[in-house]
Design a protein around this ligand. Sequence first.
Ligand SMILES: Cc1ncc(C[n+]2csc(CCOP(=O)(O)OP(=O)(O)O)c2C)c(N)n1
Ligand SMILES: [Mg+2]
Length: 888
Amino acid sequence: MNAPLPPHLLSPQDTLADIDPQETAEWRDAFLALVATEGPERARFVLQELVRLARTQRVGWQPQLNTPYVNTVAAQAQPTFPGDLAIEERLASLMRWNALAMVVRANQAYGELGGHIASYASAADLFESGFNHFFRAREGVGEGQHRGDLVFFQPHSAPGVYARAFLEGHLTENDLQHYRQEITAPSAGAQGLSSYPHPWLMPDFWQFPTGSMGIGPISSIYHARFMRYLTHRNLLDCTNRKVWGVFGDGEMDEPESMSALTLAAREGLDNLVWVVNCNLQRLDGPVRGNGRIIDELERLFAGAGWNVVKLVWGSDWDGLFASDLTGALVRTLEGTVDGQMQTFAAKDGRFNRDNFFGQSPELAALAQGMTDEQIDRLKRGGHDLVKIHAAYAAAAAHKGQPTVILAHAKKGYGMGTAGQGKMTTHSQKKLDDTDLIEFRNRFNLPITDEQATSLAFYKPAEDSPEMQYLRRHRQQLGGYLPRRQTACDVLPVPPLASYAQFALQADGKEMSTTMAFVRMLGTLLKDATLGPRIVPIVADEARTFGMANLFKQVGIYSSVGQRYAPEDIGSVLSYREALDGQILEEGISEAGAIASWTAAATSYSVHGLAMLPFYIYYSMFGFQRVGDAIWAAADQRARGFLLGATSGRTTLGGEGLQHQDGTSHLVAATIPNCKAYDPAYAGEMAVIIDAGMREMVTEQRDVFYYVTLMNENYAQPDLPAGAAEGVLRGCYVFRSYQGNVDARKGLISSQNSVTLMGSGAILTEVVKAAEQLAIEGLDVTVLSVTSWSELARDGVACEQRALADEEGVDPGTPWLAAQLAATSGPVVAATDYVRAVPETVRAFIPEGRKYITLGTDGFGRSDTRAALREFFGVDASHIARVARAALR
Ligand SMILES: Cc1ncc(C[n+]2csc(CCOP(=O)(O)OP(=O)(O)O)c2C)c(N)n1
Ligand SMILES: [Mg+2]
C-alpha cells in the first residue's frame, strides 16, 4: 500500500545501510544520555562539533532540511488555548455551511456561475483561527491607533470570508444570494459578491486581489518589505503590524509564489506569515501524488531561510504518537506519499483501519482502542483549532525570519462521500439532499432537514453565545476585516514651472525624454512635502536610464545600511545604500519590482499614507513580461507612474527582438484605469507627469499612468502655447507647414494638403516628412499624438452617448475629430508601435478623409535606428511617400 519515497527525494545518508547495528546503538545511546543529562543546548553543541569534524574530514555529510513528519510545535510546548473551543468549532461549522449554501444556491439558480466549496471547506479552520485570534483590523489612522494587519485570502475561498461578513452583519442574506452576480444584484437591492477578492468590484471590502495564483504570494512579500521601508524611512511606524497570507499548496508551483522567498528571508521579514493549506490537492489531482508536498515545501522554505512550522496532525494524534514506542507510526507516515494520503482522506474509518493501521501489527495495536468512527474523525493539523492556534502563535512570536505554516488538511473536508478527498472535488458545486443532511450531521448544525435541503442560510440570534463571541473577538482585534479604506492625506504638487521649466521651454536643446524625466524627478525629490513620498523603483536599470546620480542624492534603501566601502566611494555618483535610502533597487526581477510598485501605489489605502511610486523599466519588460501583475495592481486601485523607458521598436537600436517593444501601448489601452501616454517631447511629458501627480495624490482618483520614454537625443521644441489640454486629451496641432508656392504649381493632383499624425520618437520622422512635403508644395498639418488610448476612449464615449440618444444630452465631438476638423487632406498616422495602436482611432477620423496607419508590426531586430525605421517603414521618407500616394 505505502510506497517509499523515490530515491531522488531522499538525502544521500537516507540511502546508506547500517552495516554495524551494535556500534550504531552505542552511538545512539551515548547521544540520548547526553541529551538526558546535559540538556538540548549541550546536545546541539556536540552535534555542531561533530558536523564541523565531518566536514573537515570530507565525509560528504549534508544537512537534511526535512524534520520528521510531525508537528513542529510539540504537544508539551503548546500554549493554553485562549478561547472557547466549542464555540469556535460551532462558528467554523456555520461559516462552512453558509459558504457551501452560497455556492450551491447560486449554481442551482444559474448553472453557469461556478464557485468552489472544497477549498474553503479545507481552509475554514485556518481562516477562523486568524479571525478569532490574530488578524488585526485597522482601528484608525490617528496617533497610537493600530493601522491593521494585511491579510491575503486564498481567492476561491472567498465564500468563507463572505459567510463571516454575513454573521458579523456587514453583508445581508440578500447579498449572499447574489454571490457571483455583481451586475444583476443592485436591481434586487443587493450588493453582488465578486467571485474572488477584487478591490475594484468591492472597493469597501477586499484589499488585495489574489485571483490570479502566485500574485498574492509575491505581493504579500513586497507589501511586508514596503512596511519596513516606511518604518525605516520614518514615514510611518509599521512595527506592530503583520502581513498574513493564506495560500494553496498547488499555488506554490507558480514561479511568482517562489521567486521572492529569499528576499523575505534576507530582509528578515518577521512581520510576514504564510499559511499554506496543504490539502494535497490542486484542481486536477494531487499536488505531489508521488511525493509529499509538505516535505518539499519544508526543504524549499528552510533552504531559503524561512522559519518553517509544520502543522501536520491534530490533537487526537498526540496520544497515538505518545503510545507509538517503536516509531512505527512516524515511519509509516513518512513512507506514505500524498496520492495515497488523499485516498485515505476520501475513504471511511473502516478502510483506514484496514489499509493504514493494518499495515503492521504495531499500527494495528495503536488503532485497537478506537472505533471506526473515531478513526474517521482523526483530524489533520489544519482542522484542529487548538493546533492551528499553537502554530499561529509560534509564527506570530517568531523573530528575525518570515514564517511559513505548512498546514496539512483534507480538501473538501466534511463533504463526505460527495467530495472529501475526491479527485474531482475542486469543481464540485452541487450536493444532493443526502449529502446536505450528512454535512449538517457531520458539523452538528442546528438546522432542520428541510432547512438543510433548501440550503437556508443560518445566522444565530444576535444575543447567542456564538454571536457575542464572534463580535467580542473582532472588537478585541480592532474591528472587522477585510475592509478596504481610502482615507489618506492629500498631497500638494509643486507648480509645474518649479521643476520642469527646462522642458516646457526647451528652446531646441537636444535631450532625450528619459533625461528630461530624470532631471524632473531629481527636482521633485527635493520638494519638502511631496519629495519624501516619492518612491523611485528600478529593476537593475538605473544606470541605463541615467539615474545613477540619484544613488547619492537620495540613497538606495537597505534595511542594514551599507556595510562596505563602495568601490566608487569618491565619485559624485557613488553607489550609496542607506537605512533611510529612498530608491527601491529590486535587482533583475520585474515581477518583484512591479509588486514593490503595487505596494507603494496602494499605500494610500493599505496604510492610509499616500505615496507616489515611479517605476522605470525597459518598456518591453512591463506589460508583456508582468502584464498580469499590472492587471492585479489595477484591480487593487494602484496610483502611481509606470515609465516604459527605451520604448518603441526602433528607438532602442541595437538591442533587437526581445528588447524592442511595439505593443505595450496596445495592452495598456485595455486596462480601464490606466492612462497611457507616448509623448514625443519633454514639454509634453512634463505636462503629463504634472497632471498625473495632481490626479493621483491631490484629487485622489484611482488611476495610474503609463508614460513611455525614449533614449534618443533630439532637439526639444518649446511646448506650443495652449497645447496642454490637447497633450492630456491625446493630441494637439503641433505645427502647420505652408507648401512652397513655386513647387505647388508643378503638382498634378488637385488636392494639395495632407495631415500627418505621429507619437513618441516617430513624431520626429513625421516632422521631417512634413518639411519635405512642404518643400514639394503641399500644405501639411502635423498633429502630435500623446495618447492613442485617450483619444480612442474619448471617441468611444462620444459615440456611446450619441447612440444612447438621451434627451438633453449632447454627445459631444470626439477630441480627435475636432482637432482634425481644422485640417484637410488624407491623414497618415505613424508610431513606433504596431499598427493596431493608431487603428484604435480610425472611427473618429472625419468622414471622407482617407486614413492610413504605419507601424512596426513583426519581430524587432538589431540595427541602427535609421535602418530599423526604414525597415519598418516609419522613417520620414516612407511617411512622405505614403502621403504622396494617399493624395493620388
Ligand atoms: C494563474 C492562475 N492559474 C490558474 C488558476 C485556476 N485555479 C484556481 S484554483 C486552482 C487550484 C488551486 O489549488 P491549490 O492552490 O492547491 O488550492 P486549494 O483549492 O487546493 O486549496 C487553479 C488551477 C488561477 N486562478 N490562476
Ligand atoms: Mg491544494
